[in-house]
Design a binder for this molecule. Structure first.
Ligand code: DOR
Ligand code: ZN
Ligand code: ZN
Length: 421
């Protein structure tokens, strides 16, 4: 089967180029000017052709929390958001801490057949922070990384062992950096707005201490480490100086940390509740600077869908998390590229190639012979975010009503159109 994408602007590692893309089966057969072929054709005039977006931090909730999301709805949401590959966190029920759950997710990936799904195995059994999970067996079954995301691994020696096991199976540890004792029930950033609202705050230090610890472990052991959802200016600084010393650390952030500040919590809207919490302008500016100078390698969504009943409760009781996979590209394009902070190629790199490299999966670049995972977007199309249109079961976004640019028109996985058309 062939598929031709005509007249689009292709985003290549070297920059943007007007080229046609001819796909045969699951590969890019040719990339050239004026390709003519009698096959299914997509007219991409005035549109941009990007390498399929890759999100290495999502919560798909299956097995166990299908009321919030399942692999079908989460995959549909992913391709609607322009994502061709996602890595899903293990805080499911049962926890993905063994090869059986990894195999189940891989089975569901095939059954649903929309985006590629790479399971992330737990570091510790039951995410309890006590005993290492079956890391080797999970990797054998298809896990691409390990993480206890949703919780920090409080015991530093267990974290050390997790990193050493991860390294011996050639996968990375993705660290949710949170000192739970210091958080002590905090639900928002500790600062002016927590005082104003009376909501219990959580210090930047609760995140920074664990970022510093995990970097210290990686540095002492000469191993790699990846820091999840960086939200503090001081965390960015710790990572920047570690990188300058040559520590093998990579890091991610999410749209809510470079767009929002904790001024939004004064509405008491539980859709603003996320862990780590959105912080202050100084943090937002530092996250932007960290993205620009490469301290922060990639953008993820931390897509955390929740059902209405998990959020329609008082702020303290509401679940943490934002449904983000269907808004990430447009928000990132609008707030980082339209505003002149990153070039389109830089943004696309942070949402495709860079995350692929971190978990060592194929994809993220367009070239002749590459796997045909592509996303076609209209960068000029302006629209208002409306969670009523989400394919995700999670309607919990704080971005409703935001005006954004950058509409996903088609998502192509292995040469097949999985969204659009
Ligand atoms: O806000 C969050 N939601 N942060 C996490 O670390 C976990 C996630 C979830 O699973 O809902
Ligand atoms: Zn997390
Ligand atoms: Zn997460």
């Amino acid at each position: 089967m062939k598929l031709l994408i005509k007249n689009g602007t292709v985003v290549l590692p070297q920059g943007e180029k007007k080229l046609d893309v001819l796909i045969e089966d699951n590969k890019i057969l040719s990339l050239d000017k004026n390709i003519n072929e009698n096959c299914k054709t997509i007219d991409a005039s005035g549109k941009h052709v990007l390498p399929g977006l890759i999100d290495i931090h999502v919560h798909l909730r299956e097995p166990g929390f299908e009321g919030k999301e399942d692999i079908q709805s989460g995959s549909k949401a992913a391709v609607a958001g322009g994502f061709t590959q996602v890595c899903c966190m293990p805080n499911t029920n049962p926890v993905c801490d063994n090869a059986v759950v990894v195999t189940y997710i891989k089975h569901r990936e095939k059954e649903v057949n929309l985006c590629k799904i790479h399971p992330i195995g737990a570091i510790t059994k039951g995410l309890e922070g006590q005993t290492l999970a079956d890391i080797g067996k999970m990797v054998q079954a298809g896990a691409v990384a390990i993480s206890d995301d949703g919780r920090g691994v409080m015991d530093s020696n267990i974290m050390r062992l997790g990193m050493e096991y991860a390294s011996s199976f050639s996968v990375k540890c993705l660290c949710h950096c949170e000192d739970i004792n210091l958080v002590n029930g905090g639900v928002v950033n500790e600062g002016y707005n927590s005082t104003l609202t009376g909501l219990k705050g959580s210090l930047r230090a609760a995140e920074d201490i664990m970022i510093a610890r995990d970097i210290a472990l990686a540095e002492s052991l000469n191993l790699t480490v990846h820091i999840c959802h960086v939200s503090t200016y001081s965390g960015v600084e710790i990572i920047r100086s570690a990188k300058a010393r040559g520590v093998k650390v990579t890091a991610e952030t999410c749209p809510h940390y470079f767009i929002l500040t904790d001024d939004i919590i004064t509405t008491f809207d539980t859709f603003t509740k996320v862990n780590p919490p959105v912080r202050e302008e100084i943090d937002r500016q530092a996250i932007i600077k960290g993205l620009k100078d490469g301290t922060l390698d990639c953008i993820v969504t931390d897509h955390a869908p929740h059902s209405a009943k998990d959020k329609e409760v008082e702020y303290n009781l509401a679940a943490f998390g934002m449904s983000g996979i269907e808004t990430s590209f447009a928000l990132s394009y609008t707030y980082l590229v339209k505003s002149g902070i990153l070039t389109l190629s830089e943004l696309v790199n942070k949402m495709s190639k860079a995350p692929a490299e971190i978990v060592d999966i194929k994809g993220g670049e367009i070239f002749k012979g590459a796997v045909a995972d592509l996303t076609i977007v209209d960068l000029n199309e302006k629209y208002l975010i409306d969670s009523k249109n989400f394919y995700s079961k999670g309607k919990n976004t704080p971005f409703n009503g935001y005006e954004v640019y950058g509409k996903v028109l088609y998502t192509i996985v292995d040469g097949e159109v999985k969204f659009g058309g």
